[in-house]
Design a protein around this ligand. Structure first.
Ligand SMILES: C[S@@+](CC[C@H](N)C(=O)[O-])C[C@H]1O[C@@H](n2cnc3c(N)ncnc32)[C@H](O)[C@@H]1O
Length: 251
């Protein structure tokens, strides 16, 4: 990447960061600082944008374990930036102009923070307070599951992934970030951090269920996805991997 291009994209990312996190101010300090820290430090969000993994045509988006809906806010900030001539870096692929977003989240407090912060956006994001293992899965083009599946056991993980596959329409994509259990040190660190954050947020701390990367890939392929993986924990001590799983079309 030339330094000219990276300066332009760095500046654009700073503006996106500001625009996507500002709405959380009105939900209080915790919501705002959490949004700023997460979007600023977790490489997955900028990685999705820069690598063009969201896809302009993936209009109907389901975000499972959406927390306070940061991805919805980012989608909206990106659409706004793209609508203003000369603001979107030419190096970045386009994202949906008006995403139809549904977030599914177990914790009522997170759903309340999401609604209080970004419920006013247009098109309005929908937030469903439900367990992903049983929640209705609307027909969609893109499903995002970032750091969520390890909260349920292996059978439940497979159940969610099968229902996601069933909900995805032709050309649909699942973006799934998981920890690679084969990278023992990074996986152990992320489990420790996860449990600590869960406790601080006042949630019941449950055991977590991981798999080695090869098992995740085999599971997705068996369900009917074409899968590629990319490391997605740059700048962090974790062993996180992003799986880009495209719904395989019948031959
Ligand atoms: C580590 S956070 C990730 C949040 C968000 N995906 C992100 O990357 O910013 C995991 C989220 O999954 C939610 N979650 C855990 N188990 C769930 C379930 N069974 N159904 C729906 N959401 C769940 C948690 O409440 C939490 O908000």
């Amino acid at each position: 990447m030339s330094s000219q291009r990276s300066t332009t994209t760095d500046a654009a990312w700073r503006r996106l960061h500001e625009a996507a996190t500002a709405p959380y101010k009105k939900a209080g300090n915790f919501a705002w600082h959490f949004a700023r820290g997460k979007l600023g430090r977790d490489p997955v969000f900028r990685g999705l944008v820069e690598r063009g993994l969201i896809g302009e045509s993936h209009q109907r988006v389901v975000d499972i374990g959406c927390g306070q809906g940061l991805f919805a806010s980012l989608l909206s900030a990106m659409a706004a930036m793209q609508s203003r001539a000369g603001h979107w870096p030419s190096a970045w692929p386009m994202t949906p102009a008006a995403a139809d977003y549904t977030g599914i989240e177990l914790m009522p407090k997170d759903v309340a923070r999401a609604e209080n912060s970004i419920g006013h956006l247009q098109p309005a994001p929908r937030f469903v307070c439900a367990d992903m293992c049983t929640a209705a899965m609307p027909a969609c083009d893109l499903v995002v599951i970032l750091d969520v599946l390890h909260y349920v056991d292996h059978a439940a993980q497979e159940g969610v992934l099968r229902r996601v596959h069933g909900a995805l329409q032709p050309g649909g994509r699942l973006l799934l970030r998981v920890g690679d259990m084969a990278s023992r040190r990074g996986f152990a660190i992320s489990q420790w951090v996860d449990r600590t954050v869960t406790r601080i947020r006042g949630h019941r701390v449950s055991p977590t269920w991981g798999r080695p990367l090869t098992d995740w890939m085999a599971l997705l392929q068996g369900i009917g996805f074409s899968v590629r993986s990319m490391p997605m924990s740059e700048g962090t001590p974790f062993a996180n991997v992003l799986l880009v799983a495209d719904r395989r079309e019948p031959a």
